[in-house]
Write a protein that binds this ligand. Structure first.
Ligand SMILES: [Fe+2]
Ligand SMILES: [Fe+2]
Length: 159
């Protein structure tokens, strides 16, 4: 290990890289899914919702970038083959509903994904809090984004 920044990590590095790749995969799938929903959403109330999906896609894509960078800092390898995404992801990919005007289904599936993210990042934060402060800080910020996403989606449903 060449990097001092990687040597200071006081946690099993293989496990940590595995978790970070799991997050990378889930975020990439979420970014794709939100982009798809933003283009598919139709019906009289769809415009503001499509816009929210579009913004969320951009946010999740930024998360992909953060996880990739962190894996490389730790001298690991970010997933190189996109077909590995579903295998690694902490959340199962949810195809858009057959009916593109079923906005409620789109939103409910998204809430489920955000909750999976919140759970995963909360655990990863706890794992790294005292062993890898740099990952912990990054995960803490991403966790806050996912909490915001869940809240935004629940508000759309008036819940
Ligand atoms: Fe995310
Ligand atoms: Fe999110």
């Amino acid at each position: 290990m060449k990097r001092k920044g990687a040597q200071i990590v006081d946690i099993k590095i293989d496990e940590l890289i595995r978790d970070l790749n799991s997050a990378l995969a889930a975020e990439a799938l979420a970014a794709y899914r939100y982009k798809l929903l933003s283009k598919m959403a139709s019906g009289i109330n769809s415009e503001p919702i499509a816009k929210i999906f579009e913004e969320m896609s951009d946010h999740e894509w930024k998360h992909v970038s953060s996880f990739m960078e962190r894996i490389l800092q730790l001298e690991g390898t970010p997933i190189t083959n996109t077909s590995d995404w579903p295998k690694y992801s902490y959340s199962t990919y949810k195809e858009p509903p057959k009916d593109p005007s079923d906005l409620e289904k789109m939103i409910r599936d998204s809430i489920e994904d955000e909750r999976a993210a919140i759970e995963f990042y909360n655990n990863l934060y706890k794992k790294t809090q005292h062993t890898d402060p740099v990952t912990a800080l990054m995960v803490q910020e991403i966790l806050a984004d996912e909490v915001e996403d869940e809240d935004k989606l629940l508000r759309l449903l008036g819940e």
